[in-house]
Design a protein around this ligand. Structure first.
Ligand code: CP
Length: 304
């Protein structure tokens, strides 16, 4: 039995197989419509979500399976003090696979140690968000044809942004990737990541100004400043609109540059950018369903 806690749990070869499967699902959805008949996915979400939870539920439904779960810790027995370990032991009796989001870093890992069914980390605190990373990598591969030889700018909350941390961890395994980290001083990328890049001799720069680097980018990965990770409301208010991608900034970028965003967005991408053919963030959300369908099949060892 296998879990997914971190994008690095899969080798790059296994990821290629997963993305090939996701691409086949995109081309031939009918072929997979009953692949999970009789199987049950549990979505245990202790933290709010729209995309991750509903794309998992959509994925399992499109595979012909069923879904149970909760979308809020308050409506589960966690509110009575039940531990994650006890909850997963019980969920293991009810479902065949579980996707878990939790505000505490490492909670899905703790669950996986007691689970008798595959557990997928659907986001743990500021730590990792591996299925968002699978979504991001599939989007890059589908829209550019390959995952190599590009410059990616990651912009916004690089300190608390688990999607950013997961994506960097995954991208360092591919050839010719250069990183530009664009953030205010207070939301800089953590040292453990820049230390890793130095050790691996992977080129990166840290800047505060987005306009200056726009012409150099092949991808711009925008992120939301996350109110829920701040201890102090004043800091959040000061930093929340630090970057706003608009038409004027898009005019500085290459014609084939692509804008990604894990979503939800607040103000960091102006809605006027949505009509730009380089805005790929809603397509990215669609790839999230295909890759989660492929992941469920892979972890349940179902071959079609
Ligand atoms: N991208 C993402 O994780 O979105 P949700 O928080 O809505 O699941």
């Amino acid at each position: 039995m296998r879990h997914l806690m971190n994008p690095l749990d899969f080798t790059t070869t296994e990821l290629e197989q997963l993305f090939d499967l996701a691409a086949d699902i995109e081309r031939n959805p009918a072929k997979y419509a009953h692949a999970c008949a009789g199987k049950i996915l549990a979505t245990c979400f202790y933290e709010p979500s729209t995309r991750t939870r509903l794309s998992f539920e959509s994925a399992m439904t499109r595979l012909g399976g069923s879904v149970i779960g909760f979308s809020d810790a308050a409506s589960s027995s966690a509110s009575k003090g039940e531990s994650v370990s006890d909850t997963i032991r019980v969920i293991s009796c009810y479902a065949d696979i579980c996707a878990m989001r939790h505000p505490k870093e490492g909670a899905p890992m703790v669950a996986s140690e007691k689970s008798t069914i595959p557990v997928i980390n659907a986001g743990d605190g500021g730590h990792q968000h591996p299925t968002q990373t699978l979504t991001d990598l599939l989007t890059i591969r589908s829209l550019k044809g390959e995952i190599k030889n590009f410059t990616i700018g990651l912009c916004g909350d690089l300190k608390f942004g688990r999607t950013v941390h997961s994506l960097i961890n995954a991208l360092v395994r591919y050839e010719g990737i250069r990183f530009i980290f664009i953030s205010p001083e207070e939301l800089r990328i953590p040292d453990y990541i820049t230390d890793m890049l130095k050790e691996m001799d992977i080129p990166y720069e840290e800047v505060m100004n987005l306009e200056n680097v726009m012409p150099n980018l092949d991808f711009l990965y925008m992120t939301r400043v996350q109110k829920e990770r701040f201890f102090n409301e004043e800091d959040y208010i000061r930093l929340k609109d630090f970057y706003i991608l608009d038409k004027a900034k898009m005019a500085l970028a290459k014609d084939n540059m692509l804008v990604l965003h894990p979503l939800p967005r607040v103000n960091e991408i102006s809605v006027e950018v949505d009509e730009d053919p380089r805005a790929a963030y809603f397509k990215q959300a669609q790839y999230g369903v295909y890759v989660r369908m492929a992941l469920i099949l892979t972890l349940l060892n179902i071959n079609i």
